[in-house]
Design a protein around this ligand. Structure first.
Ligand code: HEC
Length: 145
């Protein structure tokens, strides 16, 4: 009898752990509650994104225009563009896979960072981005998730 109980409890334990691990990669919505996460996101942003999306996430100059090779320019991620209209799952996927993998025949410049950034780092960048959004945009976007 006690072996039976032990077996059952270890199975419950395993299932519980598995669910926790599965969840760890999908803990949306991302909030701005952790200063550490925002700091990590800032570093990852500066190493990978700043060349196009610019300092303070402000986006390319005249970002609604077209660049010299006919592509769209990098939009601001600071809440002044439309980034906050996308839920976290979509934003995470855009950063991870790039628009190339998400949009058929995409020819723009937003490539994916799957090989360079972990899911955690991508989430940190999202926290960093959100730390710039107005309270209204931040709360509106939280509800989309
Ligand atoms: C080579 C330039 C370039 C780099 C580097 C780059 N991006 Fe982009 N990104 C773009 C462009 C251009 C777009 C607009 C996509 C389009 O319309 O083709 C974009 C779009 C996006 C969007 C969608 C924004 C919206 O409002 O819909 C997000 C989010 C984003 N980038 C995040 C990032 C992050 C985070 C990084 C770094 C990990 C990064 N990008 C690196 C050029 C770049």
């Amino acid at each position: 009898m006690s072996i039976f109980i032990k077996t059952i409890s270890s199975i419950i334990f395993l299932v519980f752990n598995f669910l926790n691990i599965a969840n760890a990669h999908n803990h949306f919505p991302i909030t701005t509650d952790s200063k550490l996460m925002i700091e990590r996101g800032k570093i990852a942003y500066q190493n990978n994104c700043v060349s196009c999306h610019k300092v303070n996430l402000s986006g390319a100059k005249n970002w609604k225009g077209i660049d010299s090779d006919g592509h769209r320019k990098a939009p601001p991620l600071d809440g002044s563009g439309h980034t906050w209209h996308h839920d976290d799952k979509t934003l995470h996927a855009i950063i991870k896979y790039g628009l190339a993998k998400l949009v058929k025949n995409y020819e723009g410049k937003m490539i994916g960072f799957e090989d360079k950034l972990s899911d955690q780092e991508i989430d940190s960048i999202l926290a960093y981005m959100k730390s710039y959004w107005s309270r209204e945009n931040y709360e509106y976007q939280l509800k989309l998730n």
